[in-house]
Ligand binder design. Sequence first.
Ligand SMILES: Nc1ncnc2c1ncn2[C@@H]1O[C@H](COP(=O)(O)OP(=O)(O)OP(=O)(O)O)[C@@H](O)[C@H]1O
Length: 602
Amino acid sequence: MARGTRGTAGAQTTADAERQTSKEVGALRGLRPFLAPYKGQVAAAGLALVLTASLSLALPMAVRRVVDNFDTKSDALLNMYFGAAVLIAGLLALGTGLRYALVTRLGERVVADIRKAVFDRVIGLSPGFFEKVMTGEVLSRITTDTTLILSVIGSSISVALRNVLIFFGGMVLMLLTSAKLTGLVLLIVPLVIVPILVLGRRLRTLSRENQDWIAESSGNANEALSSVQTVQAFTHERASRLQFGEVTEQSYRSARQRITVRAVMTVLVMFLVFVGVVGVLWIGARDVRGGTMSSGELIQFVIYSVMVAGAVAALSEIWGELQRAAGATERLNELLNAEDNVKDPAVPVALQRPVRGEISFEGVKFSYASRPDTPALDEIDLTIRPGETVALVGPSGAGKTTIIQMIQRFYDPDAGRVCLDGQDLTTLARTDFRGELSLVPQDPVIFAATARENIRFGRETASDAEVEAAARAAAAHEFIEALPNGYDSPLGERGVLLSGGQKQRIAIARAILRDAPVLLLDEATSALDAESERAVQAAVDALSEGRTTIVVAHRLATVKKADRIIVMEHGRIAAQGTHDELVAGGGLYARLAKLQFTDGTT
Ligand SMILES: Nc1ncnc2c1ncn2[C@@H]1O[C@H](COP(=O)(O)OP(=O)(O)OP(=O)(O)O)[C@@H](O)[C@H]1O
């Protein structure tokens, strides 16, 4: 996705680039809803900002009085002017500190809110979304992009506003001090604006490019690290290093380009501004000698023009940052507003309880978005009675896992419907019916938490005793007790400390604890040793007792025990019946039974 964006950015015409500019700057408006709850703080920060800007603008006037009254006979007057200068400086310092505290805190608050909002949204998106965006990229958006926004809300916006106030206030006061000199200054302004506009546009494109590369490099690293064993097993480290190195270098190169453009812009702007100020000073000095202006006035004017020039320089610097943050806001908003194909209905129908556990597929057709022409499920009509155990068998890619996913409504059918107790899943709230399903995935997920927490994932409210009872039923109690800290032993990231069979038993314990009327089981393909196999099998038997069980079966023992076997091929139901019926019928099942199933009972 990042690559696609970059490709179009490179090929942009000027008109396109301009459209993007207005869109990008406008994108900062996307922050408004996040600032809205903190109106009071925004107002207070704004007030502190106006106060400090006004005081900064008042300071040169005090300086003029001081300068013009150096030769005054009245000590008291001089003292008063000095006193006023100190007072203004003191208030200025106080206001600046206050503004800093208010604004930075606001920035942190808002960014924390944005991070939470993005995570809240993303964690609920259906798997279809993650087929399009790498998780590392999402992480980069939550970290890097929000950091950019933090710098903008926490400082850039307030610095920008301060400088805008100083710019306009300074201009007015310059005009009041000397209209003639101000006129001269205004002649110089266009000279400064031109490079800002021209180089600013280039800067914007480069910034977006840079951010895309950073996101891609995070995605890249995340992918390699999360599959580090496979990478090492295939001695792919060198290639991974090269690949990551190349992406990182690209990101550096685009950052370097951006920095060069920004540096050139800074040089040009600063140089033009200071040449202008010196020029004005030169003319002003002649006016002072000619007596049409006092020294104090000239100094006041010069201070104002330096302030105005400083404001322009600061704005040109900050402009880039604002644009980068606008890009970041845009990307985060993309995530926040990401269209999810699977949505809860606006007004969900209430799930009829108690759930009996009847699952039905009615004329279901489905293709994955990335392969629209190959149906993963083709005209599936299937009713699984409450309490029935159904084994799904068939060659790899036949659509067995897809059936399990459709029951959880990770995807919606292209045609037909999937129902629980006759209620179409698309009319229900997903959290409602998913609460009635219990899943043991093929590759059980173990979180970096203790054994107890890992099992309790099945039902957050379960007591310790219930957790242990579930572990016993899943034949997991013994090995958990043997761990250094028993149930409180951390299981390591993704369960690296456990064997395959142990992970499965944890997953089964989790499902037992969930105690849902429908059990979805994706059997592990890898053969377990005979003892684990027996333990897992016994656990599964205990679990499926009295529940509707749909199992993607790889073991003959499972298949034999099923009430009904569904044979799938190319997304269709090729045959169904009991083991004996199907063997007698010959065909695909008889062949599969001979070739594929590992007989766990032997
Ligand atoms: N996320 C996806 N995007 C695109 N195609 C997919 C996706 N997941 C599965 N498929 C394709 O859909 C078809 C059915 O896949 P499914 O995973 O349901 O098969 P399966 O019968 O469970 O196979 P296995 O026994 O190998 O797990 C296959 O052709 C597969 O390549």
